[in-house]
Write a protein that binds this ligand. Structure first.
Ligand SMILES: O=c1ccn([C@@H]2O[C@H](COP(=O)(O)O)[C@@H](O)[C@H]2O)c(=O)[nH]1
Length: 243
């Protein structure tokens, strides 16, 4: 198996409590490069759960999708940086000033504290949304056009990459270049249920389209044999990287 496959797999720690989170980190840390802590687990456990994952030698993607006025997002971003996470994110829909202020203040903090700057990602359009969802909120432009527009804005604001569906990965890659990270949830292996995701692709198709890392939760956690499911996904990523 291609060794780089593990670095491309981010597991969504969408679980109810601290003990379950620790169980999944211990179980999957040989197969998964980064553990994603989202709103459910962070609201339940707070910074202690970030520290637990880091103490196990794994990296954290803090997926709190900040979306607020520039000052509030920048201060929250500094707190995420202080926690030692490798990646955190904001909503690109918060706009350029919000993203630029976050970049400036995080870089200022890192310079002063002598710590590495986390990777900063901007969520474009949620993978659970489709054209009808955008219409509900008054956005008539096609989903893929909106995603590319937000990706360009994030890049111009100093962000390192975006969160998007793998369906838009090739377009983002063409618009923003090779060094811009494209982290994709909405990934469903053939054996898994679609759940509430709308814009999906298989792991192999996502990598082939240019996704730099895949966020996967329920296809592993809800599988009858989660380790086998993670192994199968890694094989798929590996084969796509070789191909
Ligand atoms: O557009 C987005 C942004 C974030 N997510 C998060 O990714 C995982 C996906 O989990 P699955 O169980 O594989 O569906 C979840 O934590 C979401 O909050 C996303 O799905 N789409």
């Amino acid at each position: 198996m291609n060794e780089r496959a593990k670095d491309r797999l981010i597991f969504a720690l969408d679980v109810d409590d601290f003990d379950q989170a620790r169980y999944w980190v211990e179980t999957l840390k040989d197969k998964v490069g980064v553990f994603k802590i989202g709103k459910q687990l962070f609201t339940r456990c707070g910074p202690a759960v970030v520290k637990m994952v880091v103490a196990q030698g794994a990296d954290v993607f803090l997926d709190l999708k900040y979306h607020d006025i520039p000052n509030t997002v920048a201060k929250a971003a500094i707190e995420a940086t202080r926690l030692g996470v490798r990646i955190f994110n904001v909503h690109a829909l918060g706009g350029g000033q919000m993203m630029r202020t976050a970049v400036e203040q995080v870089e200022g903090y890192c310079h002063q504290a002598g710590c590495p700057r986390p990777q900063m990602l901007a969520v474009t359009i949620l993978t659970s949304s489709d054209q009808a969802t955008l219409a509900e909120i008054g956005i008539e432009r096609p989903v893929d056009e909106m995603v590319v527009r937000l990706a360009r804005l994030a890049q111009a604001s100093g962000f390192d990459g975006v969160v998007a569906s793998p369906r838009e990965a090739a377009l983002i890659h063409a618009a923003c270049g090779e060094d811009f990270a494209i982290v994709t949830p909405g990934v469903r292996p053939a054996f898994a249920a679609v759940d509430d995701q709308k814009r999906i692709m298989t792991p192999a198709a996502a990598i082939a389209a240019g996704a730099t890392a895949l966020v996967i939760g329920r296809p592993i956690s809800a599988a009858a044999d989660p380790l086998a499911a993670a192994g199968q996904i890694l094989e798929e990523i590996s084969a796509a990287l070789e191909g």
